[in-house]
Write a protein that binds this ligand. Structure first.
Ligand code: SAJ
Length: 426
């Protein structure tokens, strides 16, 4: 079939490329000139492992092409953003705009699939919009006859940093407006997905996506709450979690400086917004994870205040390990606040950045490498668990005053001796 993918971001572009590799002719549509031009020249505008080679290959073979305009196709895949504002209300206007463009291009036999993370009921709203715009078509769930088109919801669940691998290997859950719609979409996904494809209703599939990320958020919140309690009780939270996880039915996640990225910290709000009176746990988990940023900032400040004039290295700005994604990163928020609070003293170590990302404007903060930090910064704060940091051996960290928010250096001695030595030295 010919395929049109709307939205060429972190999900849409890899998806379009993988579909093109499976042999379909794919048109990728985006609203940004720059994105369209970049892809048509065989390059990419985002960072993701192995994506550059794949896109270059399918563009040069002519199976993937980008455009600002939707064109007729057999399958339409919508992967546009569903942001939310300060009030945490999900905004589905990009989805509806994409559906409007798709509606104009639809012909009998076509299949429309929404992949964007969406509040429950969005696929039905999209169906209603298409029905309104195309009264000439028989719409699923609205006709006794065999409908002209199929409409489904199929969430992506790929992990940034492993997108290409997970796009093909993960199981998919495919929710149709009707079972017939789901079966049509199933046939499409089977072309390029090796994982199992399971069919359900559109609403169940929408909720499944939100539930997956909320599950993770709630469980990380538990770990983060424990870490704050442990700080107060002067216990090593990492040790306690390691010991508790030896229980056959306990598997506590890892505390950190907060939850970043654009999914886990966002999707729970979609459920909360849909059922505000019945989601106290999901809401408080969000608050605990957001609150962890402030806790780390205060703990770090206490440590820095104790050692006037001493240089500090913050290890990591990315929102999680081994990627160069700084959007919605608690590490970046903390480092940028410290940079403003302690002029002339904060240095950043971020092997995944070639220059400081936005957030440090007007500060004198420097980006330095691991060796420089080990040489010149007596105080070290870990904010991201990059493997490159994890593998710094103990003898290179000895004598440092360390605040390890990620628990990557379990062998680090406590700070008492290092603080005393530093004070004597000054
Ligand atoms: N984090 C912790 N402690 C942990 C695990 C994670 O603090 O034990 C933090 C990370 O450091 C990071 C944040 O949580 O700041 C999120 O990282 P992540 O690796 O858990 O997830 P994402 O946001 O990269 O991707 C998630 C994935 N969802 C789940 O694992 C349930 C991915 O499969 C989804 O496709 C993606 O969201 C999405 O697009 O929704």
């Amino acid at each position: 079939p010919s395929v049109c993918v709307l939205g060429l971001g972190y999900i849409g572009l890899p998806t379009a490329a993988v579909i093109a590799r499976s042999g379909c002719k794919v048109l990728g549509v985006d609203v940004t000139d720059h994105v369209v031009d970049t892809i048509n020249s065989g390059k990419i505008h985002i960072e993701e492992v192995d994506l550059d080679g794949l896109v270059q290959g399918v563009v040069s073979r002519g199976t993937l092409r980008a455009s600002l305009m939707v064109e007729p196709a057999d399958v339409f895949v919508i992967a546009v953003p569903t942001p939310f504002g300060d009030d945490h209300v999900p905004d589905t206007s990009y989805v509806m705009e994409a559906a409007t463009n798709v509606a104009a291009a639809l012909k009998p036999g076509d299949c429309v699939i929404l992949e964007s993370t969406s509040p429950v009921g969005t696929t039905e709203k999209m169906r209603d919009l298409i029905a309104k715009l195309r009264p000439d078509l028989k719409i699923p769930g609205m006709t006794k006859d065999i409908p002209d088109i199929a409409i489904s919801y199929c969430p992506e669940r790929v992990l940034p940093g492993k997108i290409l691998e997970e796009l093909t290997n993960n199981d998919r859950c495919i929710g149709g407006i009707t079972p017939r719609c789901a079966r049509k979409a199933l046939g499409f996904y089977r072309r390029f997905v090796r994982g199992e494809c399971v069919t359900t209703s559109a609403r169940a599939a929408e909720m499944t996506k939100l539930v997956e990320n909320s599950y993770r958020d709630v469980n990380i919140a538990f770990a983060n709450e424990l870490s704050i309690v442990a700080d107060q009780m002067d216990l090593d939270v990492w040790e306690v979690i390691r010991l508790a996880n030896r229980h056959p039915r306990v598997n506590i996640l890892q505390p950190g400086p907060g939850v970043g990225g654009h999914c886990i910290a966002v999707d729970p709000w979609f459920i909360i917004h849909g059922a505000p009176e019945h989601t106290p746990l999901i809401r408080i988990a969000r608050e605990v994870n957001d609150g962890k940023v402030g806790h780390v900032l205060e703990q770090a400040s206490l440590m820095i205040d104790e050692l006037p004039g001493v240089q500090v290295a913050c290890f990591g700005l990315a929102f999680k390990a081994n990627i160069d994604d700084f959007r919605e990163s608690p590490a970046l928020k903390i480092a940028a606040k410290l940079a403003r609070r302690y002029p002339g003293r904060i240095n950043i170590v971020e092997p995944y950045a070639s220059e400081l990302p936005a957030g440090f404007e007007g500060t004198d903060t420097k980006l330095i490498d691991i060796d420089e930090a080990l040489e010149s910064c007596p105080v070290m704060i870990t904010l991201t668990d990059h493997d490159m940091f994890r593998s710094i051996p103990l003898d290179e960290r000895s004598g440092k005053v360390v605040y390890d928010t990620r628990g990557i250096w379990p062998d680090q001695p406590d700070n008492l001796q290092a603080v005393t030595d530093l004070r004597l030295a000054s």
